[in-house]
Design a binder for this molecule. Sequence first.
Ligand code: GDP
Length: 236
Amino acid sequence: MAQSNRSLGTTAGRERLQSEAPLPLPAEDVEARELAARALNLFRSPANFVLGVADVASLPQGSRVEIAFAGRSNVGKSSLLNALLGRRSLARVSNTPGRTRELNYFAVGGNLFVVDMPGYGYAKAPKSLVKGWTQLIHDYLRGRPQLKRVMLLIDSRHGLKSSDLEIMAMLDKAAVSYQAVLTKADKPKPGDLAQVIRETEEALRKHPAAHPKVLATSAAEGQGIEDLRIAIAELC
Ligand code: GDP
């Protein structure tokens, strides 16, 4: 042992050691690995429902980062939140009577709130409800510096709909960063999925507050959940 240590002190020993050492990873790979580890760590801790907010005066105090999830009703938001937060029925809380029109707050770790926004686009929703929802969302989006990004969920079978375009206009106007997240990516054929990703990215290019990358996810099969966690960890 002593002899081998001594031999490493010689030029030949050093050369041997260098040739056996693994090549250093490119900086982007090191960063990507660190981010993946941070994401894993962030979502390892259990998420908890904290409160439902019906008007902006009741928003929680403090400086926790907020990432909000929005989408048409039935887009798969509860399923995706459950997959993201690793809890089978956590986001069902948001679908209980009285909570569907609120901003529902879930605490993740010590520095993040995941905010479940009310689903929109109900064809038959009464006008008064739509008005109330629009006002709440409008007030929230315009006055919440803790809100770092809205994940805008789009059904991968249908692509962007007019009600999505309306909320995108609201987000652009409020200058809130948002990112399109396709749901139910296990449903379309791979070629159709690739096309809806391309079309969505193309449409988003015209929107100043939109993130250029579209994420494709499936709550049913787990596809894209890690990427979504990484995108969130990057903002925390
Ligand atoms: P929400 O109204 O946006 O909260 O939507 P839900 O999460 O309740 O989902 C609406 C419907 O889509 C339900 O029937 C789910 O089982 C289904 N669904 C949700 N996510 C997925 C998915 O990733 N893949 C498939 N195939 N179905 C899904």
